[in-house]
Design a binder for this molecule. Structure first.
Ligand code: SF4
Ligand code: SF4
Length: 107
């Protein structure tokens, strides 16, 4: 998918709130398991550049019991990953302080 918004700004794959990983894995509890903390301090400030006209295409595998899950792949046109699960309603309780998919809709 080319519309993967992510608010976890300290991840190495995050550029201006877009995910630039080629592939990410989302757990059965909606956690983004591909999150990798950057060692670069104030990374999100450095990333504040204009949005690229062409977005990165990221494939998303997912094990969550979600309407958009099909054969362990996400088939949504786009998803939003939030920094912490506390903001996600109806989510199957992902681990604390991990980024997680906010587009989850229970099957
Ligand atoms: S936390 Fe996950 S979705 Fe967000 S930029 Fe990192 S790998 Fe991509
Ligand atoms: S929208 Fe659903 S299937 Fe897609 S990554 Fe999020 S939880 Fe998984």
């Amino acid at each position: 998918m080319v519309d993967l918004k992510c608010l976890r700004e300290d991840c190495v794959f995050n550029k201006s709130c877009n995910c630039h990983a080629d592939k990410i894995s989302v757990s059965d509890k909606t956690e983004c398991q591909s999150y990798k903390p950057s060692e670069q301090k104030n990374k999100h400030e450095v990333d504040k550049i204009p949005q690229a006209p062409i977005r990165h295409n990221t494939s998303v595998s997912c094990l969550a019991p979600c309407l958009f899950e099909n054969c362990n792949d996400c088939i949504a046109n786009g998803i939003t990953v939030l920094s912490y699960p506390d903001n996600v309603k109806n989510s199957p309780a992902p681990p604390k302080e991990k980024p997680c998919c906010a587009t989850f809709l229970r099957k």
